[in-house]
Structures are given as C-alpha cells and as structure tokens.
Design a protein around this ligand. Structure first.
Ligand SMILES: Nc1nc2c(ncn2[C@@H]2O[C@H](COP(=O)(O)OP(=O)(O)OP(=O)(O)O)[C@@H](O)[C@H]2O)c(=O)[nH]1
Ligand SMILES: [Mg+2]
Length: 304
C-alpha cells in the first residue's frame, strides 16, 4: 500500500475541534473535512474541505436534533460522495449527544461505506452527568456502530480525568485523540518491513462481532508498561479477551530488535482466542529512537 487515501472527518462542534487538531500532526499525508451547521467550526483549519449543513449559519448547530442532522447530511450526499471518491479509509471523529455529531455523523459514515471506504469512528460519549445528552447518544450509537467497521467509544469522563492528571487542557482532552489518530494514520499510511495493507485491515474488521483499537507508545524495553498504557486508554470499554482477529503494527527506531517486537506481540496477543488470526507488521521510523509505537486493531469480540 503506497500511501493509502485517508480522510479525517470531523462532524459537529467537538468532532471538528478534534479532527482539526489531529490533522495538524499528519497534514501532509491526509485530507481533512469539517462538517457542521455552525460555521465557527470551519475557522479551526485552513486546509480543510468544509461541508456546511443547512442554509444559514447557526450557532445552535442542529439544535440537539439528530434527525435534523441526518436529513441535512443526506441532502448533501452529492458533495460528500465527490469528496469520498478515492478515499480508502475514513477516520471519523464526533461527540455523541448533540444533533450534528450524532445525526450527520451517522449519515456520513453510511455514505462513506456506500462509497467503499473502511470507516473507523471515534465517538465521544457525553459525561455521566449529562442525562439528556446521554439519551440522545444512546439512540444514535447503535446505528453508528452498524455503519462503522470499527467504532471506538471514548468516555469523556475518563478523558477529562486523564487529561487533568497530565496537566493538559482537560476541557477537550484532545491530546489523547491527537496521539491516537496520529498513530493510526502513520501506521496505515506507509508500507512496513512486513507488508501490511488495506486488505489486511479489511480482513480483520470483517470478522463478526465487535472491533476495537488500541494505540500505545512507550519504552522499547518495557513491553509490560506499553501494554498497560494501551489498556489505560479512555475508552468506554476495553475488552480484548477472546477476540478472534488482531492486526498488530509495531513501529520503532533504528535499534528496534526482533526480540522486542516479539515480546510486544506476545503481550498484546496473549488475551486473544488461542486460534485468533494475528497479522503482524513492523516498521522502522528513525524519529522514534528508543520508543515503540503500537497500534492494535482487535476484532471478533463476542457481542454482549
Ligand atoms: N470534553 C468536552 N466535551 C464537549 C465539549 N463540547 C461538547 N462536548 C461533548 O460533546 C458532545 C457533542 O457536543 P457538540 O459536538 O457540541 O454537539 P454537535 O454535534 O455540534 O451538535 P449540535 O450542536 O446539537 O448540532 C456533547 O454531548 C458534550 O458532552 C467540550 O468543549 N469539551
Ligand atoms: Mg454544535
């Protein structure tokens, strides 16, 4: 896979904010689209394609009404299908609980699938205390999961809590999302030492059951810590036990050894089903020095 066509898509207020920040880290390599009814979201990036939902600019967005967001997105399917034409992978970022992210986000995922893309969605769940928003979120989530090859649910409570621990801007918790998207894009963009490509990704995500994603970075000599880091991600649920498929990409500096790669691979696959299909890739990136970066796409989990 020489340069897969990847599109980062942000939908709604939080989605656009996350997507534009994540895109700054990889902007030479991938496209960005911002989708919102609220034009102020488009000021976040100069490089973005924009899709404006609804006729007039409206700071209320889609007013907390997912069906309105969905309808407006459907009306613009011509524009989005044009944009999606050559795209192989969509990384979709949104916050559930409002009208735009929930409604238009789900419809955009549907359009992306229809045009043949693999869709990886990062969906933030509203804070526990936001009861009304959580109800809206739950309504939209099922369909969003159905439309995505992988739907990773982020817990805003966990995200805010961890961001606070790291002393970063907890209001958005964007740092973790930026790192996650960067790891994912860098992994899926280029060819590895062992060749992984979009077909491998499709083979893994097409398994029955749920899929999730782990991304971690850490010292090459501390594989246990690396795994712990991955498990500490602010996901709404992390359960890889018994999964039947795993695509594991390990990236390290020039000094990365075969034994480091196999130790990390052992740890990340030890909880999978013993007959799991594991596709392993490894790549050297000079800028990583003694750090390893691991991206694991885990699929075929039992649905609950
Ligand atoms: N951490 C954090 N979460 C936010 C912030 N703004 C919104 N959210 C969360 O993200 C969810 C979606 O909010 P938005 O992205 O603003 O909603 P939208 O998709 O634009 O929807 P409408 O404006 O109703 O059309 C909400 O349920 C909030 O819980 C923020 O600044 N920080
Ligand atoms: Mg909004």
């Amino acid at each position: 896979m020489e340069g897969a066509q990847i599109l980062i898509a942000g939908v709604g207020g939080l989605g656009c904010s996350w997507a534009s920040k994540a895109h700054l880290r990889v902007n030479a390599d991938v496209d960005l689209v911002l989708i919102d009814a609220d034009e102020s979201s488009f000021e976040l990036s100069k490089q973005a394609h924009v899709i404006k939902l609804g006729a007039e600019s409206n700071a209320n967005g889609c007013a907390g009404l997912p069906p309105l967001g969905e309808q407006r997105m459907r009306n613009l399917s011509k524009a989005s299908m044009m944009l999606l034409k050559e795209v192989e992978l969509v990384i979709l970022l949104l916050g559930l609980g409002g009208g735009t992210g929930t409604g238009a986000g789900m419809e955009f995922a549907r359009q992306a699938k229809r045009s043949g893309s693999v869709v990886i969605t990062l969906a933030a769940e509203p804070f526990e205390s936001q009861k009304a928003r959580r109800e809206i979120a739950n309504e939209g989530l099922l369909e969003l999961e159905r439309m995505s090859d992988i739907c990773v649910r982020l817990s805003l409570d966990r995200l805010a809590w961890q961001a606070r621990e790291r002393g970063s801007d907890w209001t958005m918790g964007a740092l973790w999302v930026e790192e996650f998207v960067e790891g994912l894009v860098r992994t899926l963009m280029k060819m590895g030492l062992i060749n992984l490509d979009m077909m491998d990704l499709k083979a893994i995500v097409s398994k029955d059951g749920k899929s999730t994603l782990l991304v971690a970075q850490g010292d090459a000599n501390e594989p246990d810590l690396l795994f712990e880091n991955a498990m500490r991600a602010p996901l709404a649920e992390i359960d890889i036990f018994g999964a039947t498929g795993c695509l594991l990409q390990i990236e390290g500096g020039l000094g990365m050894t075969v034994s480091q790669v196999s130790q990390v691979a052992d740890i990340f696959t030890s909880r999978l089903d013993q007959n799991a299909q594991v596709i392993l890739g490894a790549r050297i990136s000079e800028d990583l020095h003694t750090t390893l970066r691991v991206v694991a796409v885990v699929s075929g989990k039992e649905t609950d």
